[in-house]
Design a protein around this ligand. Sequence first.
Ligand code: ATP
Length: 292
Amino acid sequence: MSTLAPETPETPETPGQPVDVGRDVQPLEVDGITVRFGGIVALDDVSFTVRPGTIHALIGPNGAGKSTCFNAITGIYRLASGTIRLGDTDLTRTAAHKIPALGIGRAFQNLALVGTSSVLDNAMLGRYALTKGGFVQYAVRAPWTMRQERRHQQRAAEICDFLGLSAHLHKPAAALSYGDQKRVDIARALNVEPTVLLLDEPAAGMNASETAEMAELIHQIRDELGISILLVEHDMGLVMGIADRVTVLDFGRRIADDVPAAVQRDPEVIRAYLGSDDDESGRDGNHDEGKA
Ligand SMILES: Nc1ncnc2c1ncn2[C@@H]1O[C@H](COP(=O)(O)OP(=O)(O)OP(=O)(O)O)[C@@H](O)[C@H]1O
């Protein structure tokens, strides 16, 4: 894995702390959001703020509302109430297809890759939100579109290099190991040039050493690129090891929002994860989260 300069100048950083990379990284503010599916309240008046340069984990038992929250932030689901802002921009008033270009990148648990396309072409998928010019300019190969394409390809290759993928650039994505395919999906998300990166279960399906490498990569993305991270992850060892702050959901409600050590001690969080004898929800705990 090599170093990658952010697109703007970097300033000194304090490892493990929010970093200032000299560009305008704004808070992502989720403010009192409610999402309903018919009679199901998937999110009930949920609020939290991802502060610039932090790794913020969003955790909770199965069905707690984590994916719904990601889909609300990326404009896929409509809110019944509440707002989501990136700095001064109200994302809830922005069409879903315009949200990546505002600086929100998203890597998926079920990788959003085209297996037959090269690693570089998959990474380039993230850059189309930043590409100017329409079908006609590209069809006639206008010189400025060709220059733009080269510039984007160069930057996409740099991002792949940063993620340790330079040896695989021209291979079909499907030919890579699962761990490397995860990196390609993160490369696609980083090619949006986000200020906030949403990571959906990046360690799912990984063994302990792959998970440790993923933790290091998440740190590097935050520390070297100054990108804030919103992380959904069931691996509590990973979450408690790298998160600056943790928001806990249960049945669509926020039950905790604090630093990892405080969340781990919180009785309501412990109850949500372990269940209790008087739990009449019918949920049999959740309990693929114990991986540590
Ligand atoms: N498109 C949908 N239509 C109807 N109900 C939905 C839809 N998406 C989510 N839900 C419901 O909303 C609730 C929250 O689901 P969500 O997928 O957000 O939970 P989660 O915390 O991501 O769970 P997991 O950890 O299992 O992925 C659940 O009751 C789920 O069944």
